[in-house]
Design a protein around this ligand. Sequence first.
Ligand SMILES: [Zn+2]
Length: 64
Amino acid sequence: MPLTVKCPICHREALWENNPHRPFCSNRCQLIDLGAWTEERYKIPSDDLDPLVNDSDDDDDDAR
Ligand SMILES: [Zn+2]
């Protein structure tokens, strides 16, 4: 009986041995996971900066 793991992306059984994409079942699922991970990393810094930019914009409107 071959050793298998559950693919974290599509939740199908994936071979563990001789599988270059483990723990994913295929190259496609590996790329999906990598894309989701980097997307979340980009979101964090831009969310932090947004309130500061809006604050200075409000001050300009008040002076007018
Ligand atoms: Zn998969």
